[in-house]
Design a protein around this ligand. Structure first.
Ligand code: NAP
Length: 399
């Protein structure tokens, strides 16, 4: 008789500290407060977690999706997890119980707690994920580092181009990579990876080259923040950077003809929108592109020059500036309301895919705007929202 199934085992939920970018999404998503963090790691309380999976789809890296079979009495405590630099291996003596047992203690995703799609559009290309890890990272060479914001602007936002040479690094628009900044933090531990959305299309920042671009804003050094952004913004041509990833298998663009993109972003959240827009521009594909892009001022808007040169027939661009002297604060959701008829027309089209990327705070405002626009145009937002989510047509990436 197999005695293992009679032992009081649990499938303990763990977060991989090597991949986690400490974005707090899991802690915010967890409906029962099973996730917590200290200054180093995000961890799961074994005695609270019920395996509802609500936190798994929104995690931008997949760090959240780790499980170990352990004796309940020997579950890893929160304090033990805070001390980890990497996950422990699965104890060989603690083999997984039968599949049926796993199924029974792993409820399906609590979909009502997840606001966006947890699947990619049906016509998205298949992404590669986690080809390169902490133990086997990719090395990339800096081939460009350009300031995107006006010299007089407060924000230093940069367009950084990394080349992988002959190393395969296949990416899709909407995916991200992790950068491992060199050096140690105050506790003598290696800095954890920081994640950046790729701003270039799948065929390279320069078409036909094995490179990617990133949109990076220099963050002031405060409480350990800004370690990676300052490192990246100071890079020179020829410097070599340690990269992990790629990450992301849902925030991907549709590839079928006549698919429309409704893109809403703030600041550096424009990176994936640039990638998707540039892919469409190179392919000369049909389908509408509508962009709502928010920044503090015109001078602080990344990609402002190239963006305003794109013809209106190709992309319907709507800018919103929040801190223009002498002007009222204007957010992307205000611009969306002003274009309500056109947004509603797109929402009512089954080929429309919606992408939201940027500050966490914008998510509520954008969803409220979509609800109001749908409501004022005879669309049932509750049903539409559910359909968008189910069909992989509503993608939210905010942190
Ligand atoms: P930012 O300059 O601080 O803000 C951009 C604009 O968003 C400002 O006009 C700001 O207005 C406005 N804003 C603030 N709260 C808002 C709200 N509730 N609704 C709508 N608009 C709001 O932005 P940033 O520093 O570039 O930050 C962008 C965010 O994108 C970061 O959180 C970053 O982590 C995230 N992100 C970046 C990438 C990437 O690849 N780099 C990818 C995904 C996400 P105010 O004048 O009120 O500040």
């Amino acid at each position: 008789m197999d005695t293992r199934v009679e032992m009081d085992t649990i499938r303990q939920h763990l977060i991989d500290p090597e991949i986690c970018i400490r974005c707090n999404t899991c802690e915010e998503t967890c409906p029962i407060d099973a996730i917590t963090h200290d200054g180093v790691n995000y961890v799961v309380k074994a005695e609270v977690c019920n395996g509802c999976m609500a936190c798994v789809p929104p995690c931008p890296t997949g760090a959240i999706d780790n499980w170990r079979h352990v004796l309940r009495s020997e579950a890893y405590s929160v304090d033990v997890q805070f001390g980890w630099d990497e996950l422990p291996a699965q104890d060989a003596d603690m083999n997984a119980p039968a599949e049926a047992a796993i199924q029974s203690d792993a409820p399906t995703v609590a979909s009502d707690t997840v606001r966006g799609s947890t699947i990619a559009p049906w016509s998205a290309a298949r992404p590669y994920v986690q080809l390169y890890t902490h133990k086997a990272p990719a090395m990339a060479t800096v081939v460009g580092n350009y300031r995107l914001t006006d010299a007089a602007a407060q924000s230093d936002i940069r367009h950084i181009v990394l080349d992988f040479g002959a190393l395969p690094f296949p990416v899709l628009e909407g995916q991200s990579i992790g950068i491992l900044p060199p050096g140690m933090n105050a506790d003598g531990r290696a800095h954890h990876a920081r994640q950046y959305s790729i701003a270039s299309p799948r065929d390279g920042e320069r078409p036909g080259y094995n490179n990617v671009s990133l949109t990076v804003k220099r963050v002031k050094h405060e409480n350990g923040d800004g370690v990676c952004s300052n490192y990246l913004c100071d890079l020179k041509k020829g410097d070599v950077v340690t990269v992990i990833g790629p990450f992301g298998n849902t925030f991907l663009m549709p590839n079928h003809p006549d698919s429309h993109l409704l893109m809403i972003c703030t600041g550096t959240g424009s990176a994936p929108m640039r990638a998707m827009t540039e892919y469409r521009r190179r392919r000369k594909e049909t389908g509408r592109l509508m962009l709502f892009f928010g920044a503090r001022t015109r001078e602080e808007l990344p990609y402002f020059g190239p963006l305003t040169n794109l013809p209106r027939e190709f992309i319907d661009t709507n800018l919103a500036f929040s801190r223009t002297p002498g002007q009222p604060k204007r957010y992307v959701q205000d611009a969306m309301r002003e274009r309500a008829d056109d947004v509603a027309r797109l929402l009512d089209d089954a080929n429309t895919h919606v992408y939201v990327c940027g500050l966490r705070g914008m998510e509520d405002g954008v969803l409220e705007a979509l609800e109001a626009i749908a409501g004022s145009h005879g669309l049932d937002w509750t049903a539409l929202w559910e359909r968008l989510r189910r069909e992989g047509r509503l993608h939210l990436e905010t942190y």
